[in-house]
Design a protein around this ligand. Structure first.
Ligand SMILES: [Zn+2]
Length: 309
């Protein structure tokens, strides 16, 4: 726990954290969410201040629309969890978090779950562009492929995208549904779903290794990254339920994708997406309704995207 002492000192009470959240929510100063007016009265309450618009009297709070909305857990405890998820090497599980911030296991689990949902939602809003490489990986591979043993295996599409402007590639690891899982070759439907949901029509090249053999060159990095991710999953969560695995993998990729970013620290990135959680969610719903571009197996865009499911 020693590694976390500095965090407990840094985020030691709720009011100390108000300026941090204020800066994240309104980086250019207060903007009334209803009328756009830019000045407010501050109303003190027993907990967090309320910001009342001087023009329309709308009352805005720092946590509305965020992962913390309606939570009774003080915000400094949320910030400790966010800091660990964003900036530590490994993240944290709910048991350790509950001990650290002195909340029940159920509360700690709920905090982690909401932060992970925000991460997953923001990742889904990012479509891969530029030069994309993707590969199927099978995990927890069983030595004797009996029917029961195969049920324990997991498969995922691991992809990275290089763009001209980014220093390092952006990575996604997406679990393949059990009914689409195949040990030998990437399932066609799994591939199409990945392309529909995660790849932009703007990409310059797309290279998919569909076989489960380790490839030469750049693509050889993908199995290594995926192996690290799944090892972390097993070590931290002691098992790997299919329903939770995607959220954990998105958290792993968030840390990888944001580590070493000097223009916006990983914690700032996480705070932003946790604060605008409902906005991100709505954007995703909107995109879903508009329909994603569709692709064929050679990576060519199909003309119609009206028959989305
Ligand atoms: Zn207003």
């Amino acid at each position: 726990m020693n590694e976390y002492h500095a965090l407990l000192t840094l985020y030691n009470n709720e009011l100390n954290c108000v300026p941090i959240l204020y800066r994240m929510k309104w980086p250019s100063g207060f903007i009334c969410p209803r009328c756009g007016h830019t000045s407010h009265y501050t109303v003190s309450t027993r907990r967090l201040p309320i910001y009342e618009c001087r023009s329309c009297r709308h009352q805005a709070s720092l946590t509305t629309g965020s992962v913390m909305e309606k939570s009774r857990t003080p915000i400094h405890k949320w910030l400790i969890a966010m800091h660990i998820i964003a900036a530590s090497d490994e993240g944290i599980n709910a048991v350790r978090l509950s001990e650290l911030i002195k909340v029940t296991y159920k509360t700690a689990w709920s905090i982690m779950n909401k932060i992970r949902l925000a991460i997953s939602d923001s990742d889904r809003a990012i479509l891969l562009t530029g030069r994309i490489e993707a590969k199927q990986e099978v995990f927890m591979k069983q030595p004797h492929p009996t029917h029961d043993a195969l049920l324990k295996e997991r498969a995922a599409i691991v992809a990275q995208a290089h763009t001209k402007h980014s220093v390092k590639p952006y990575m996604k690891i997406k679990i393949i549904k059990s009914e689409q899982r195949s040990r030998s070759k990437l399932n066609r439907q799994a591939e199409n779903e990945f392309l529909e949901e995660h790849v932009s029509s703007e990409h310059t090249s797309l290279e998919i290794n569909r076989k489960h053999v380790n490839p030469p060159g750049d693509l050889a990095l993908l199995p290594a990254m995926a192996k690290t991710a799944f090892q972390w999953l097993n070590d931290t969560f002691h098992g790997l339920s299919e329903s939770r695995a995607q959220l954990y993998l998105d958290e792993f990729c968030f840390r990888y994708n944001h580590a070493g970013n000097t223009t916006c620290s990983p914690l700032e990135s996480l705070l932003r997406l946790c604060i605008s959680f409902s906005a991100v969610y709505q954007n995703r719903q909107q995109r879903k309704n508009e329909g994603f571009p569709r692709w064929n197996r050679d990576g060519r865009r199909l003309a119609s995207n009206s028959n989305n499911h």
